[in-house]
Write a protein that binds this ligand. Structure first.
Ligand code: NAP
Length: 481
């Protein structure tokens, strides 16, 4: 049937699909963004009938949507849902999927499975005629485990789909504040002249989670914090902060600028890892939940040398950023949940306030828990100023939830789905970006191996091993917490 549209979610019973993907599609549908007639088919091995799968998904959507849930919107959305029980290894099961799709010629396949399956899924889609010219594929991060495995997956994907039909997801790129970073930098005149080594002393990017690895232990243990978060989310944020102004918002123009940043990252290999990186692994400690076990004692855990914390002092060797460290840090079982970018400006060149330690300006772009932007400035404290002017650092705050009170905070995947359905690639990562990121990460991992650099212990509920503090302090800087 001509013009029939379908979304297929591979890994439909999994954590990501149930917590994020189905709720995102529900919201898009509730707001009238999904095309008439679009079907959403889940594919996984779990042996449940379609009605039970829909009931299971209903519970997940109710939980995620909270007060925004309405039965009316669900009724409309659930009419789109189908379930196809199948194994990703089985070509026969892909043929059954093709039958369920009933000749749909405009399809988005979302691969929400372990990356080990990406190549296999692409081959099966191709073998069963599902990778037709009207088909697109969205793949979750991480693509592979290192550059070599990434290239193997990419080869399989490109055998089935042309580059303009491959949508590599890094859900951070769907977040409102990350989008806003582009607006902030390029829709305001006063940042650009200051956005360089003359005015900026250093940049910090932190992704801190209070949770442990929980039931993802076996997946996580083969990846670790560097591959799981730095290779994708942290490097994407670094690129958006550091890239040159693109000439337009054309997806390839923006991605050209991002990839140039990745190529300018100074290699950190065996001679540099001990100086420029810190690895940590949490031990028993505390969180909001009370006493929590160490990484190796988590359910499904075992003795392990995988890092759950990593800090890196990255350097971008180009004219704009020479000599400006970009400190990247991510960890599990940190004291607070927070994702933020801190741009630390330089101190004024000469102070006319002899009795004050001036605090240099700082721009903070917060992605989590709230989406906020704040600029710290020195201000005069209101007073008669007998004995000299009194100063205090105060911040200019822009809270997106306050500024746009009636707007629901969207799930990042809503925007990503919409863009992928419409074939717009700006929020997705290009193959050369992923490969450049893996090349940089592989050098660090190779360096750790050569130096036998094992993760240092840290107590759950703290900011990682003490050497993470030394990483910044040796340059006279300190982490903002
Ligand atoms: P998960 O909970 O382990 O789910 C994996 C899914 O794959 C399940 O639906 C499972 O269903 C299905 N599956 C596994 N083997 C299969 C097979 N042989 N045939 C058919 N289906 C199979 O994983 P996840 O946490 O949702 O993560 C999915 C992907 O998203 C991963 O690449 C992950 O790195 C990425 N990701 C996840 C998150 C997150 O918050 N969870 C965030 C960012 C990225 P059955 O057991 O029913 O077959």
């Amino acid at each position: 049937m001509a013009g029939k549209k379908a979304v297929v979610i591979f890994g439909a019973t999994g954590d990501l699909a149930q917590k994020m993907l189905y709720p995102s599609l529900y919201f898009l549908d509730a707001e009238g963004h999904l095309p008439e007639g679009l079907t959403v088919t889940g594919f996984a091995r779990t042996d449940i009938g379609e009605a039970d799968f829909i009931a299971h998904t209903h519970a997940a959507v109710v939980e995620r949507a909270g007060k925004a849930f309405t039965e009316e919107a669900w009724k409309k959305f659930s009419a789109r849902l189908h379930y196809c029980k199948g194994d990703l290894d089985s070509e026969k099961d892909f043929r059954a999927l093709a039958k369920t799709l009933d000749g749909a010629d405009d399809c988005l396949y979302y691969l929400s499975t372990s990356p080990n399956f990406f190549g296999k899924i692409a081959r099966n889609l191709k073998a069963t005629g599902l990778a037709h010219p009207g088909a697109r594929v969205a793949v979750e991060k991480p693509i592979g485990h290192d550059l070599a495995s990434c290239r193997r997956i990419e080869e399989d994907l490109s055998e089935a789909f042309s580059e303009d039909r491959i949508f590599r997801v890094d859900h951070y790129l769907g977040k409102e504040t990350v989008q806003n970073l582009i607006a902030l930098r390029f829709a305001n005149a006063f940042f650009e002249p200051l956005w360089n080594k003359e005015s900026i002393e250093h940049v910090q990017i932190t992704v801190a989670e209070t949770i442990g690895v929980e039931r993802r232990w076996s997946y996580y243990d083969s990846y670790g914090a560097l591959r799981d978060v730095v290779q994708n989310h942290l490097l994407q944020l670094l690129c958006l902060v550091a890239m040159e102004p693109p000439a337009s918002l054309d997806p390839d123009v923006v991605r050209d600028e991002k990839v140039k940043v990745l190529h300018s990252l100074r290699r950190i290999g065996s001679d540099e890892v001990e100086r420029e990186t810190v690895r940590g692994q949490y031990r028993k400690g505390f969180s909001d939940e009370g006493t929590v076990p160490g990484y190796c004692e988590e359910t499904g855990g075992a003795a392990s040398e995988t890092e759950t914390f990593v800090a890196v002092a990255a350097h971008i060797d180009n004219w704009r950023w020479a000599g400006v460290p970009f400190y990247l840090r991510t960890g599990k079982r940190m004291p607070i949940r927070s994702t933020e970018i801190v741009v630390q400006f330089r101190q004024v060149p000469h102070s006319i306030f002899p009795h004050h330690d001036l605090i240099a300006n700082r721009l903070t772009i917060r992605l989590q828990p709230e989406e906020e932007i704040s600029l710290q400035l020195m201000n005069k404290t209101p007073s008669l100023d007998r004995g000299g002017m009194r100063l205090k650092p105060l911040s200019l705050d822009l809270s997106l939830s306050d500024a746009f009170k009636r707007q629901r905070r969207r799930i990042a995947y809503e925007r990503l789905f919409l863009e992928a359905l419409e074939g717009n690639r700006i929020l997705f990562v290009r193959r050369d970006e992923v490969e450049a990121a893996w090349k940089w990460i592989d050098a660090i991992i190779g360096g750790w191996k050569e130096r036998d650099m094992k993760p240092l212990p840290y107590t759950a509920g703290t900011w990682g091993p003490s050497s993470a503090f030394a990483l910044t302090e040796r340059n006279g800087h300190s982490w903002y917490e």
